[in-house]
Design a binder for this molecule. Sequence first.
Ligand code: NAD
Length: 523
Amino acid sequence: MSEAAKLAEYREYKVIDPATGKEIASYPLMDAGQVDEKVASARKAFPSWSQTSFKERSKIMLEASSYLAENAGRYADDIAAENGKTRFDALLADVYATADLMKYVAKNAEKFLRPVRVSAGLALPFRKAYFRYEPKGVIGIISPWNYPFNLSAGPAVQAIMAGNSVVLKPSSQTTRSGIITKEILGRAGLPEGVIEVVTGSGSVSGQALIEHDDLDMLYFTGSTQVGREIYIKAAERIIPAVMELGGNDVAIVTKNADLERAANCLAWSSFTNCGQTCISTELILVQREVYDKFVEKYTQVVSAINLGKEAGEIGAMTMSSQLKIVEDQLEDARQKGARILTGGKKPEGPGLFYPPTVIVDAKPDMKLMKEETFGPLKPIVAFDNIDEAIEMANDSEYGLSGSVFTKDLEEGRKIAYRIKTGSVNINDSMMTPAIPALPFGGVKKSGIGRNHGRQGMRNFSDIKSVTEYSGGVKRELFWYPIPPGADKLIEKVLVILYSNKISAKVSAALSSIGLAGKLYRKM
Ligand code: NAD
């Protein structure tokens, strides 16, 4: 191969359909220079975009979500082709969830980001005090391949509604999903440059983005390992970074649970998207009294799930590297004595398919019990009492989400509040990110900061505190020259306002007649 041909090859990368093994697209592998162009374009677009009204931004967002809804099938096909998931999964968790979020941010951004008036306090009269949420500037967003459209478009639309411009780097495997985000917003009238997409790998293009010195914030969704590197880069430049990282979620099924609902729900939360969900149920803990019954029901539901991209309910895994982790963890578990009740063997034929696999007799030293699997392996373990279950659930470096199954809601809440996670579902699983008003994110090594809801939008804003004085006083008590006896006056004010010896009633009465105003007039 000639040098020129080698260079051309290096500058492009190919995307393989995980379900067929066939090449479906190729994109430029952007280097630091090209990343710089994208950041510069977003920076150029920022001043005028940040001055637009919420009404203008909402109009664009609603137009984009409407167009997305009308073209849902076409976009779901694109997403499914590069991710390997089924069309149904792409429609539900990527397209539907994003259209819903776009409408939510369009309707709520103004309310969440309006200035907040506060009291200036008795001692500082004639002042208005408030704080404003102001756009930060240019936000670098890096997204993973598992919900490639929702996790690219989701943070981007929140940042854009808050008045920022965005440089988005989707996972190289799911580049098209990032491009769709720009495509639908651009078509709806978003000005040029407000969103730019960097295509390429994490190690080249992603690295160039996180090292760029003209970003005002980083927003990362992906593994804890890469998140750590990105957080360090943000710290070096003292810019904020939101981290949405890995998980190892546990479901607790007590003896009071509706076992049928628990089995059906957990079969879905274990295996949808082939188990490649940050909040997939990774471990099921079942109270010993109902363990056998639950295992039987769960295995029955799981073994009936159809594997297959077109006619099936579960598509292919996305990355061959992820499939290797699954096979390695299962082999480790097998060697350490685990029993496999269903699944456990990759079917013949092309594509990264792997069947839903149920495992019992799992032990704490098995890799799948300690590490995030991010694939279709689900161990079920018995417990004797609730304290033991909670201890097992919390024995993890992660703290993303979890679930509890019991018909006794009081018991459910007690357990739910003791699990150390960013979210939890009672008699449900994986529901919190489906409700855009609920903040979503992790504790421990699962992340820092929140996506969605009021907090999600405020991530992308700087807070500016403002005071406005409109009285006629020419000189404040504490300005120069300080009047003789001012210290005595302050001592008296302190006692009147804060001493427990002055009854609450007197203090309230003094406040109502405007003590501070009187003190000022004395000067
Ligand atoms: P990953 O960390 O390998 O990659 C995520 C993104 O980072 C990709 O775009 C990748 O190209 C980029 N990247 C990789 N190295 C980089 C570097 N050195 N500099 C800059 N960018 C770099 O994660 P993944 O395999 O795409 O996704 C799976 C992981 O994401 C799982 O651990 C899962 O739990 C987690 N996840 C978390 C959430 C959440 O909301 N908490 C959601 C989805 C996925």
